[in-house]
Write a protein that binds this ligand. Structure first.
Ligand code: PXL
Length: 276
């Protein structure tokens, strides 16, 4: 696959930020984001919003970081180091979502923002209080360049059960009505085809991405990695369709190289890049 350009030696790499939760097992969340940022040659900055207690089998607990510390991390980084794009992952609560949105606006940030509306882990353990869905819909989505829900998140956010092309398009329209510039409805197991049909929509046109489906039991962090790679490509000036196409190829290679870990689900593997 084509990779992103590197800065010349001695010059700073392009900077991006993840606003997300920590995964103690190292497979998803901030740890996955930073791996993709680094393997694509970008400098990753972080606003930690929550610390999860988890392993390959499930999420046992999480602790939310105080909102002044979350706002402080975003303001400290953006006012000094500067970023070319950012992404959000696990945001845990309505208060945290509103803090992130408020800080984004008060710091007058205009760079691309990828919002991955993480609601639960792949084991089904909650990572967002359901009372926070309104804040996602009403406060954060209008600031997003692109939102990247999976089918479970689509059901929670707009109440649409995506079962075919038509319902996937209905879901994209309903989500776009909430205010993001672009919506990527990730198809996952939809249509049980050999592909992984993702649908991108900007209010006018639909773009379909049918990357080869890699069936592995080890896909922890796949959604985070897709959103992180999209963020990197946007930071390099790609258009949203170009960035999503790039990110789909990246996550496909990470899935191909996934490895087992512990007794449950292993992670996707951005480190494959070290061998190529
Ligand atoms: O993959 C979604 C995700 C995001 N962030 C954190 C997670 C998970 C899934 O487990 O733990 C911290």
């Amino acid at each position: 696959m084509n990779l992103l350009p590197l800065s010349p030696p001695g010059e700073p790499p392009v900077r991006v930020m993840t606003i997300a939760g920590s995964d103690s097992g190292g497979g998803a969340g901030i740890q996955a984001d930073l791996r993709t940022f680094a393997m694509l040659g970008l400098h990753g900055c972080v606003a930690v919003v929550a610390v999860t207690v988890q392993n390959s089998v499930g999420v046992r607990a999480f602790h939310e970081i105080p909102t002044d510390i979350i706002a402080g991390q975003i303001a400290a980084v953006t006012s000094d180091i500067g970023i070319s794009a950012a992404k959000t992952g696990m945001l845990a609560s309505a208060e945290i979502i509103e803090t992130v949105a408020h800080t984004w606006t008060s710091e007058k940030l205009t760079v691309p923002l990828v919002v991955d509306p993480v609601c639960a882990s792949m084991h089904g353990d909650p990572l967002l209080h359901h009372s926070a869905l309104d804040s996602l819909r009403n406060v954060l989505f209008p600031l997003a360049t692109v939102i990247t829900p999976n089918l479970d998140e689509v059901r929670l956010l707009v109440g649409i059960d995506v079962v075919d092309d038509a319902s996937q398009r209905d879901a994209a329209r309903a989500l776009h009505d909430l205010g993001p510039q672009w919506v990527l409805v990730k198809g996952g197991h939809l249509r049980s085809s050999a592909g992984s049909p993702d649908l991108l929509y900007d209010g006018t046109g639909f773009f379909e991405f049918n990357t080869q489906r890699i069936d592995t039991g080890h896909d922890h962090g796949a959604g985070d990695t897709l959103a992180a790679a999209t963020t990197c490509a946007l930071a390099h000036g790609y258009s949203v369709p170009e960035a999503v196409a790039f990110a789909k190829d990246w996550v496909t290679e990470c899935l191909r190289a996934a490895y087992p870990l512990g007794h449950g689900h292993g992670p996707v593997n951005a480190l494959f890049r070290l061998r190529s």
